[in-house]
Design a protein around this ligand. Structure first.
Ligand code: NAD
Length: 365
């Protein structure tokens, strides 16, 4: 969707096929030679395409590096946070579940050793000049546990790219149509385009998502909105339900990966300016604020994305049922929830345009 050529390595062909069936992946290559040839051809033709190839990333990443294939950006999204679901080199996908169940310690050791090989190749790409980042699956931590000591030389994606957005209260805002009717999401898409006409990246995403992303379960949409934006979108959706422009209520939530609701030293709060990575007050405070602001559902959970025991985060959901009371609650929750993100980041010493004009006691001192 950003105009690039993407090569995706997955050890399990059925996973790639599922992504083709749901339009997340364009093609599956015959083998690695075919995948590389297709990728280089598409790059030369400046054609955006995603190409899947079946293989173990712990073998294919080093192979791509050895062959000197020019790759600009490298990341990984195997479920490395749970070593029992990362397939070690030499293990067939069909044998993995029984092996993990019967000999979990041996499986874990072998999975971590394979992750160390994959991460070493990622560091090799970094040394060769590629942009390399951890996409929030703890693969660096697991590789380090296997004894590979350069794992943390490439950054997590939050400190590398996302933190300035978090400082503005921006994060993954999402909603689902309880009617089950895709037309309701299409109407909310139009409302978002109408509300934020100056935000070109947002408009580009909303248009492409409408064309290309297949719904799974209830029709739903996600997009990044920040402080001062989420409340506007939520109130508009509620008004649309009230006016009968949507055929049933909308539920509005967000990811647990968000600006003011998480303590996760290997992901969202990695390398904070003031060293407050593991301070867990923020998600608790966020849950209290959302509860008292009137959210329909507030939750506190842990382990999201990085594994049990490594993070704590709070979630909120609001139901836009078209009533005036729902409108008031939505406006309050969707103002205060991202505001917590702004405050959390200003408190840690980050600049935030959203915080100008807001009295932040921690900043006054
Ligand atoms: N950054 C974010 O915002 C974000 C969002 C969602 C998930 N995550 C993290 O990303 C990871 C993946 O999540 P998911 O929901 O896509 O999981 P998933 O289980 O759907 O996908 C993981 C894939 O990895 C493949 N795999 C396992 N071992 C492999 C190996 N050795 N080589 C190649 N492929 C292998 C599996 O076949 C599977 O298709 C998790 O750790 C998750 O916590 C991060």
């Amino acid at each position: 969707m950003n105009g690039g050529v993407c090569l995706i390595v997955d050890v399990d062909r059925t996973r790639l096929q599922r992504r083709v069936d749901t339009r997340y992946l364009d093609v599956i290559a015959d083998d690695l030679d075919d995948a590389i040839a297709q990728a280089l051809r598409a790059k030369a033709d400046r054609k955006a395409i995603s190409i899947g190839v079946v293989g173990n990333a712990a073998l294919v990443f080093p192979e791509l590096l050895t062959r000197g294939v020019e790759i600009d950006i490298v990341t990984d999204q195997t479920s490395a946070h749970d070593p029992l679901s990362y397939i070690p080199v030499g293990v067939e996908v069909s044998d993995a579940a029984a092996f993990a169940r019967d000999k979990p310690e041996e499986f874990t050791d072998r999975a971590r050793a394979s992750m160390a090989k994959q991460v070493a190749a990622m560091v090799g790409f970094m040394d060769a000049g590629a942009e390399v980042f951890d996409y929030g699956n703890s693969i660096r931590g697991e590789a380090q546990l296997a004894g590979y000591n350069r794992a943390f030389e490439f950054p997590g994606f939050v400190p590398a790219y996302i933190r300035p957005l978090f400082a503005e209260g921006k994060g993954p805002f999402r909603w689902a149509a309880l009617s089950g009717d895709p037309a309701d999401i299409a109407a909310t898409d139009r409302a978002v385009l109408d509300l934020f006409p100056e935000n070109e990246p947002l408009a580009r995403w909303i248009r492409l998502a409408g064309e290309r992303v297949a719904f799974q379960g209830l029709p739903a949409r996600i997009c990044w909105l920040g402080y001062g934006e989420r409340d506007k979108a939520g109130v508009r959706f509620n008004d649309m339900v009230a006016r009968g422009e949507l055929s049933a209520p909308i539920v509005i939530g967000r990811d647990h990966l968000d600006s003011g609701s998480v303590a996760s030293p290997y992901r969202e709060t990695e390398a904070m300016l003031d060293g407050s990575d593991a301070i867990a007050d923020w998600p608790l405070l966020n849950a209290l604020v959302n509860t008292s602001s009137g959210a329909s559902w507030v939750s506190i959970h842990h382990g999201g994305g990085v594994g049990i025991g490594r993070s704590i985060h709070a979630g909120q959901v609001c139901v836009a049922d078209g009533t005036a009371l729902a409108g008031q609650k939505i406006e309050r929750v969707l103002t205060n929830d991202p505001a917590m993100g702004v405050l959390r980041h200003v408190d840690a010493g980050y600049e935030s345009e959203a915080a100008s004009g807001v009295r932040v006691p921690m900043r006054d001192e």
